[in-house]
Design a protein around this ligand. Structure first.
Ligand code: SF4
Ligand code: SF4
Length: 344
């Protein structure tokens, strides 16, 4: 994670065209330029130049950002907004004890005890041996769900799966600007990968995939859906199922997912409106911003209901958690990989 000042040039390259406003889910609700990259960059430039201080108010705007990256995809200056906001958050993090307290809760309670308890119910199997080997980075999701779905699908592609005991990829710490914990998780991950001697890494979670891709150019990270498509693995469900799909912001290879949705027998796929709009995960804990966040959750909920599908598939543990939290029993939310293996 770079220091905020190192982004000075990139921040300066913002032409203030305002294109980010047209896609930012938060700006669409607030209409406030301080809540979208263009306005935040003006404030961050003031911060770097010493004209502004990192106040609670500025931090509030940084916190409102969902880190969805939708603005970056539209930005003509190709500015990496999420990385810049994370570096700005690090400025706030280092002098605020409450942020450190949240990290302790995340590290020891949620990703520590919580995940350790849930892994008691996970399903693990031993992979068959093949010449081609990949390392499965499951992160928190892999600990909770086990490796069964990944091993079954990749073994069908004649690929052996190695499953080291990874921890979280560190993204929850990254987006909050907690450099120290993020580096700790990153190093733990890279050490375990180095011990396997294998450089091909497979993930099922879009957020883990994106985080791992930023770790090192020595490893090659792919999502399981790329392997399924590459190997032309055509699947058939035992019974007809009607589903819709929520595309996580962090997924790069939606084409591969769409190929599977279109080529799996007995699978009826209905595209919901705005299927690629952020689920609002980063706003889940912001009870103080309930009025803004509830509009994001409600829009996604309505789009799912209007699709007519009772099953929503996704491929990110964060999205899955958020979508489940506001489903109110009207639909079920499943991880795409798990769903496939459960139903074939
Ligand atoms: S789209 Fe990019 S260049 Fe345009 S205002 Fe937003 S951040 Fe600046
Ligand atoms: S990352 Fe998402 S929420 Fe944050 S400014 Fe960009 S579009 Fe808005």
């Amino acid at each position: 994670m770079k220091h905020l000042a190192e982004y000075k040039e990139e921040i300066h390259s913002c032409s203030k065209c305002g294109l980010c406003q047209s896609v930012c889910p938060i700006y669409k609700i607030t209409g406030n330029d301080c809540t979208v990259s263009r306005g935040m960059f003006i404030m961050l430039r003031g911060l770097i130049n010493g004209e502004l201080k990192m106040t609670g108010r500025l931090n509030r705007y940084l916190d409102l950002c969902l880190k969805c990256g939708a603005c970056s995809k539209f930005c003509p200056s190709d500015i990496n907004v999420v990385d810049i906001i994370a570096s700005a958050k690090a400025e706030y993090f280092k002098s605020h004890i409450f942020e450190k307290f949240i990290s302790i809760l995340q590290k020891y309670i949620f990703f520590g005890c919580g995940v350790s308890f849930l892994r008691l119910f996970s399903h693990n199997i031993v992979s068959k041996k093949y010449d081609k080997k990949v390392v499965y980075f499951g992160g928190c999701s892999g600990k909770i769900k086990g490796n069964r779905a990944v091993v079954k699908l990749l073994n069908s592609c004649n690929i052996e799966v190695i499953t080291p005991d990874f921890k979280c990829c560190g993204i929850p710490f990254y987006v909050r600007g907690d450099k120290e914990n993020f580096e700790e998780y990153k190093n733990n991950c890279l050490n375990l990968i180095a011990q396997t001697g294998v450089k091909d890494i497979v993930t099922t979670c879009a957020s883990c995939e994106k985080t791992l891709k930023g770790f090192s150019s020595d490893i090659k990270v792919k999502n399981i859906f790329e392997y399924i498509r590459e190997n032309n693995l055509k699947l058939k469900l035992k019974k007809n199922k009607k589903v819709t799909f929520h595309k996580p912001c962090n997924i790069d290879n939606y084409d591969d997912i769409k190929w599977i949705l279109d080529n799996t027998e007995n699978l009826e796929y209905v595209e919901m409106a705005n299927f690629d709009e952020c689920c609002g995960l980063n706003g889940i804990s912001k009870i103080n911003e309930y009025k803004i966040m509830s509009k994001i959750f409600k829009a996604k909920y309505d789009n799912i209901i209007n699709s007519g599908a009772k099953t929503v598939l996704t491929s990110c543990i964060g999205c899955e958690t958020a979508l489940k939290l506001y489903s109110f029993g009207r639909y079920t939310v499943e991880d795409f990989t798990e769903f496939l293996v459960k139903n074939i």
